[in-house]
Structure formats: structure tokens, C-alpha cells
Ligand binder design. Structure first.
Ligand code: CP3
Length: 343
């Protein structure tokens, strides 16, 4: 069985000899070969140049026996394509070129129909990868959720308190809905382009879903995600990762997503026992373990595998992105443990 077949079988909730494995943010700063390439090219240059983006995507697969490749890009290419560019702050975090601080600025965003052409480098990268991978590994596309993208656009970058986006949600719902509808339309066009270019599955990152007041999660985030999934080809595998939203897992299982990717605070076996058997689960080791020791990684990964023994539809992953300080010997220990495990 190829890695791609293993990955798609897990999405379809089939019981496997071992779960497929990939790692959120598997291409990035913890890899010396990524840092080497970044010493001569900026992040944005790498993202916008299909040959470089494809090379970075493949770096983790050359080193580790991972089952899926995830497109090297960023969720912030969508605001950029709509006319709001981003950069990285010296001190860490994101700065948008300006804040979406008025209805006029929301209205001035580019039409969704222009997004695929403005992000044609993403389609070109996926097509290159599709050829390189030759059907052996699964190829994942991704994007941010409308809510998570709106937080960056309305806050003007990374935020601590999310005051501006919450103020828009509670004080001017019409403008909030206008922005989220524009993002929803842009993401539908973007994901359709990724599927046309060869993505096997798409992961939606609702990284900031967990900061919304519980009763408002549907109106602020989940309803827009549902609208996106409903507009994609029927039965195309969508993975929903919403950090810090364990109380909403049951609602998310009716979002249309085939896979729910959960953070490390969730007991994956409890989630498995409570959710419909048609939903696959992805996760969920604490990413911090990758900064500790191979012994700890081996024992924690084995414990998770044992807890999920006999449960179909598990994709092994971390509960969030791997950190820049992760140790290569810890990642190797994770890969060895999962790949050599027998159900
Ligand atoms: O998983 C992968 O390997 C694919 C690549 C990927 C990146 N960003 C590359 C990246 C993915 C899937 C993303 C998604 C992303 N980007 C999210 C959602 C996922 C999550 O972690 O919750 C978010 C919130 C962003 C926005 C973003 N981009 C942030 C907050 C940062 C860090 C800024 C900082 O403080 O340095 C980025 C930069 C970024 N995106 C890097 C990478 C490899 C690091 C850039 C560098 O090399 O310095």
C-alpha cells in the first residue's frame, strides 16, 4: 500500500495496519535544510516561486518516512490576494500592511473571482508536486478559516486580546458578515483551484476558533466553514483543524469535514467514542514533546497508538504545528514509533 492510499483510506475511516503520519508545519525552521534555503531566499520569495516552494515541501519527506506532503505556503496569501499584504515583524508575529478598520476598506477588497489568477503560483506549485510525488504520497492543500483570516485582517496582524475583531462582530455585524462572506467566496475559489491542480485533501486551519465565546462559535466561524465545504466537490476529503475548540467537536462533526484534527488537550479516544464513526480523527501529540527527548516521544507516541488500537480512521499528527526548536532526533523517534507499530 502506498502512503497516499494509506492516507486516503484513513480519511475514509478504514482500519489500517498503522495510521498514516504527517506533521503540521513539517517544512520549516526546525529543519537545517530549510534554514539553509532561507539564508538566500526570503519566506515570501520561497512561497511565490513554484520550484522553491515545491523543494521546501519535499524537504521533510526526503528526511523522514512521512505519508503526506503539505503545500509550502501560508494562510495569509488570501488577504494578500484580496489587496492586504503581510510581513513578519522583527520581534515575531505578523503585521498586515494596514488594518481593515472601516466598511469602505472591506468593500474595497478584490473580488473572489480574481483569487485563483492572483495565486496562480500555488496551482503551479501543486502541479509540480503532483508530478514529483507520482501518486506515492498524499498531497495536501490548505487555507485559513474565514474567521482566522479575519482576525489578522481586522487586528492588522497578530493580536493578544482580539479586541478589534470582537468589536466588529458584536458592534457591526453587517460589516463582519460582509467580510466573512468575501473570505468564504475567496476560499471557495482558492480551494477549487487547489483541487484542480491536484490536491488529494485540504486542511482548513481555524487556528483562532478557540478565542470565540462558546455560544457565538457557530455565527463567527463554523457557519462559514460549512459554506466552504458545501461548495467543494461532494466527498472530497476536507480536514478541519480548529485549535482550542474541544467543546465544539460534536458540532464540527456535522460541518461536512471528513476529518477533525484536534489539539493536544483532547483525549483522542474519548473523542473517538463520542463522535460519529464516519468522521476520521487527526492528531494529537503535544508539539512541545518534540523539543524534549526521543525517549519521551517514543513513550507518548506509543501510548497514543495503544489508546487508538482497533479504532479506524486515525491520522497520526501533532496537536498543533511543530516548533522551530524541535529536535531532529525527536522527530525521527516519532516517525520510527508510528511506522513500526502494528495494529
Ligand atoms: O505545514 C507546513 O509545513 C506548511 C506550511 C505552513 C506555513 N504556515 C509556513 C510558515 C502552514 C500550513 C502555515 C499555516 C499558518 N500560517 C497558520 C495556521 C496554522 C497554525 O499554526 O495555526 C497561521 C496562523 C499562519 C500565520 C503565520 N505564518 C504565523 C503566525 C507565522 C509565524 C510568524 C513568526 O512569529 O515568526 C507564519 C510564518 C510561517 N509560515 C513560517 C512558516 C514555515 C515561518 C517563516 C520563517 O521561516 O521565518
Amino acid at each position: 500500500m502506498t502512503s497516499r492510499e494509506r492516507f486516503l483510506a484513513a480519511c475514509a475511516c478504514r482500519l489500517l495496519e498503522r495510521p498514516p503520519l504527517w506533521i503540521m508545519r513539517q517544512a520549516g525552521r526546525y529543519l537545517p535544510e530549510y534554514r539553509a534555503l532561507k539564508s538566500s531566499h526570503s519566506f515570501l520569495e520561497m512561497v511565490r516561486t513554484p520550484e522553491l516552494a515545491a523543494e521546501v515541501t519535499l524537504q521533510p519527506l526526503r528526511r523522514f518516512a512521512l505519508d503526506a506532503a503539505i503545500l509550502f505556503s501560508d494562510i495569509l496569501v488570501i488577504p494578500e490576494a484580496l489587496g492586504q499584504p503581510y510581513r513578519f515583524r522583527e520581534e515575531g508575529g505578523i503585521a498586515m500592511e494596514y488594518r481593515l478598520d472601516s466598511r469602505a476598506r472591506i468593500e474595497a477588497l478584490a473580488p473572489a473571482a480574481e483569487v485563483p489568477a492572483r495565486l496562480s503560483y500555488v496551482s503551479d506549485t501543486l502541479a509540480l508536486l503532483r508530478r514529483e510525488l507520482a501518486g506515492k504520497h498524499a498531497l495536501l492543500g490548505f487555507g485559513g478559516s474565514p474567521w482566522t483570516l479575519a482576525t489578522y485582517m481586522v487586528e492588522g496582524g497578530s493580536s493578544d486580546d482580539f479586541l478589534q475583531i470582537k468589536s466588529l462582530f458584536y458592534q457591526d455585524r453587517a460589516s463582519f458578515d460582509l467580510l466573512l462572506q468575501k473570505l468564504t467566496d475567496a476560499l471557495i475559489a482558492y480551494f477549487r483551484a487547489q483541487i484542480a491542480a491536484g490536491a488529494d485533501a485540504i486542511q482548513i486551519f481555524d487556528s483562532w476558533g478557540g478565542i470565540i465565546a462558546g455560544p457565538d462559535y457557530e455565527a463567527a466561524s463554523l457557519r462559514w466553514i460549512k459554506a466552504i465545504i458545501a461548495a467543494l466537490p461532494k466527498d472530497f476529503p476536507v480536514i478541519l483543524y480548529a485549535k482550542g475548540t474541544a467543546p465544539h467537536l460534536f458540532d464540527q462533526s456535522f460541518s461536512g469535514a471528513r476529518v477533525l484534527s484536534v489539539d493536544w488537550t483532547v483525549d483522542l479516544r474519548v473523542a473517538r467514542d463520542q463522535l460519529p464513526k464516519t468522521i476520521a480523527l487527526q492528531g494529537n501529540l503535544d508539539p512541545v514533546l518534540m523539543n524534549l527527548t526521543p525517549e519521551i516521544v517514543r513513550s507518548q507516541a506509543s501510548a497514543l497508538l495503544e489508546r487508538m488500537r482497533g479504532q479506524p480512521g486515525h491520522i497520526f499528527n501533532l496537536g498543533h504545528g511543530i516548533l522551530p526548536q524541535a529536535r531532529l532526533d525527536c522527530v525521527q523517534a516519532l516517525v520510527d514509533t508510528v511506522v513500526n507499530w502494528k495494529s
